[in-house]
Design a protein around this ligand. Structure first.
Ligand code: SF4
Length: 426
């Protein structure tokens, strides 16, 4: 059978190579979070590859959907936004050739690389989806790129859209619950499968368990020195995208919690040396250089406490309720999911969230990654800078870049800007 998810084969090889290097290289007791990440994510990617090879249909979807709901069916889930960025971290040239393919095909160069990567991979014949689905959120990039990816397929691929309302209130959550249910049933019809609600509940239970560990980890990140390495920020983003509704998601966060507890108890930092600066990243981490967070921790003593994907303003969903209630609970989670919550709605949500988190976590500064594709987030930089200055008393550095493409701003330039900021403003 033709491999319908070739980028996952590349990913699996890259993960395994990195795992061998990491397990054999650093001293025992180092890079513990990365080691756990590689172990768990590899298993899941391997499972997806086996399932795709055995003919299980491939569902491509936006990260704003909780994948768990689609585990009511036998599917191999591909979250579009995850794959270009994890490859940008693990491969020397990242996903650059795929961005270039999409650009040369005519897709605007300044769109978000999170979707542009999959667009290039699909143009290259590396993905063959059986169904594609997205909500109408959080951004124009999403909603302009998904139909294109579905059109590229030679045969008709069902393309299913859930309308996410603008207002994040009880009425909005209820409306989106109905949209989400319709999407789940439409996906079943497209795949010719009946929903198995027990499998769906089990997937949500695994993610509930992970959510419990994440809350505890985030409590421990308040401790000074921060007991968790900065690298958890990008790794957590990857785990949320790649391991939804799977036992490995809970196992990874359980490992991280144990590591954090042990260090917090003895007042240890992840690395020798003092924690000199506690930084908060109101948008995303940088994905295209896996060693960047190590540089922050080791070379300048800066802890990256949280980025936009690390603090989950979510409540667990009680799976003992009836299916409609569970879907409504998941719909609310989906609308309050990181980046959806802050990018779909008024700018004040992002500003309020990061004023609150900067105070709570006693941050010394903020660093904003002005991702070229994300016009709406970049437009509020000055407002956020003023709010952090006036309400928290901390400065914010802005770094212009593409978080998944090393060619816009090199990592050397990023480091130079941070160094200058640390030596002058801080
Ligand atoms: S980074 Fe911005 S443009 Fe890209 S998916 Fe997120 S909200 Fe959309």
């Amino acid at each position: 059978m033709k491999n319908k998810i070739i980028p996952y084969e590349i990913l699996y090889e890259a993960l395994e190579t990195t795992r061998i290097l990491v397990e054999g290289g650093p001293e025992e007791g180092e890079l513990l979070v990365l080691k756990s990440f590689l172990k768990h994510i590899s298993k899941v990617v391997e499972r997806y590859l086996d399932n795709a090879e055995n003919g299980i249909p491939v569902l491509g979807h936006h990260f704003a959907f909780p994948t768990e709901v689609f585990f009511a069916y036998d599917i191999v889930p591909i979250v579009f936004e995850g794959i270009p960025y994890i490859l940008s971290a693990l491969l020397p040239e990242g996903s650059e050739s795929f961005y270039d393919l999409a650009d040369s095909w005519g897709h605007p160069y300044h769109t978000c690389t999170s979707q542009k990567g999959v667009l290039g991979m699909t143009l290259n014949g590396m993905f063959q989806f059986d169904v594609i689905t997205t909500p109408t959120a959080p951004c124009d990039n999403t909603f302009a790129s998904y139909p294109v990816i579905s059109e590229i397929h030679k045969k008709d691929v069902p393309f299913i859209i859930a309308d996410m309302p603008f207002y994040h209130d009880e009425r909005g959550y209820k409306y989106y619950g109905a949209e989400l249910k319709k999407t789940i049933l439409d996906v079943g019809e497209a795949l010719n499968q009946e929903p198995d609600w027990d499998k769906f509940k089990k997937a949500i239970d695994y993610s509930n368990e992970a959510l419990k560990y994440i809350s505890e980890i985030n409590e421990l990140r308040r401790v000074a020195p921060c007991p968790i390495e900065s690298m958890l920020c990008p790794l957590m983003t990857a785990v949320l995208a790649f391991i939804p509704g799977q036992p490995e998601r809970a196992l990874f966060f359980k490992d991280v919690l144990e590591i954090a507890k042990k260090r917090a108890k003895s007042g240890e930092r992840a690395y020798p040396g003092k924690e000199k600066i506690r930084s908060i990243w109101p948008y995303m981490s940088i994905f295209f250089d896996i060693g960047f967070c190590e540089w922050l921790d080791r070379e300048i003593g800066m802890s990256m406490l949280l980025d936009i994907f690390n603090y989950l303003f979510l409540e667990q969903v009680d799976t003992s309720q009836d299916v409609d209630e569970i879907i409504n609970g998941v719909a609310k989670q989906s609308m309050e999911y990181p980046m959806v919550r802050q990018s779909q709605y008024h700018a004040d949500t992002l500003i309020e969230d990061f004023v609150y988190l900067s105070k709570e976590y006693e941050a010394d500064c903020a660093i904003f990654t002005a991702h070229i594709g994300c016009k709406q987030s970049v437009s509020l930089i000055q407002l956020l800078r003023e709010a952090l200055r006036d309400e928290v008393g901390i400065p914010m550095l802005t770094v212009d870049l593409d978080i998944g493409d090393a060619r816009y701003t090199s990592i050397q330039t990023v480091k130079k800007e941070i160094n200058n900021f640390v030596k002058t403003i801080l």
